[in-house]
Design a protein around this ligand. Structure first.
Ligand code: GSH
Length: 209
């Protein structure tokens, strides 16, 4: 199994999850700054030109981090990373979609990849302001959705790895203070050996900036 990732990108959710599962995997870096996601070799693998992408042992490639996380949880049932209870499952997808389907593509992307929203540089500041508002609204919902802690449900699940990458960006990219419940969640994730290993491998992205 091989994870195509970029240091500090949302692929961090899958990288940390693979470390948590603890089975062997390979890593291949796709340097987004150098536009390697658009190379012929990579687009053949993932026509969306994005990370993460997971190449499985049969050669097939899975994209979309929520789908990859779900597949990893389902194929490693002994780790109990996905609940059976329909209500818990629904809540899990509700929060993962908030983070990965709204805060990231509508908020963070507006702030850091403003060019995706307009060709007109004069509009950049207004778009970035709206991006910050979207992330802020999302953090409010996320914080209200967390229990007293430390995890999203009463035990570690795939949602925690998805929430974590957003918290990491809020801390090290936006340099905002996390609300209390998010800070507790973030602290618990940062303390996990799996997360430490993944961050070490990725070179602690954004932490020196
Ligand atoms: N919907 C995709 C989004 C992945 C995504 O946006 N990845 C970003 C990095 S955080 C990327 O590869 N960006 C490269 C680009 O847009 O050029 C997922 O959930 O996996």
């Amino acid at each position: 199994m091989k994870l195509f990732y970029s240091p500090g990108a949302c692929s961090m959710a899958i990288h940390t999850l693979l470390e948590e599962i603890g089975k062997p995997f390979e890593l291949e870096k796709v340097n987004l700054r150098n536009k390697e996601q658009f190379s012929a070799a990579y687009t053949k693998l993932n026509p969306k030109s994005q990370v993460p992408a997971l190449q499985r042992d049969d050669g097939s490639v899975l994209t979309e981090l929520v789908a990859i996380a779900t597949w990893l949880a389902d194929t490693n049932p002994e780790r109990h990373l996905l609940p059976d209870d329909p209500n818990d499952r629904a809540r899990l997808y509700e929060i993962m979609v908030l983070v990965n389907g709204n805060m990231h593509p509508q908020g963070i992307t507006r702030i850091y990849r403003t060019d995706k929203f307009t060709p007109n540089e004069a509009d950049y500041e207004a778009i970035r302001t709206r991006g910050r508002e979207i992330v802020k609204e999302g953090v409010g919902i996320l914080s209200a959705s967390l229990r007293d802690g430390p995890f999203f449900l009463d035990r570690l699940t795939i949602a925690d790895f998805v929430i974590f990458y957003m918290e990491y960006w809020i801390v090290f990219r936006l340099k905002w203070q996390l609300p209390h419940k998010c800070a507790v969640h973030y602290g618990a994730m940062m303390a996990r050996p799996s997360v430490k290993r993944a961050l070490e491998t990725e070179g602690h992205p954004f932490q020196q900036a």
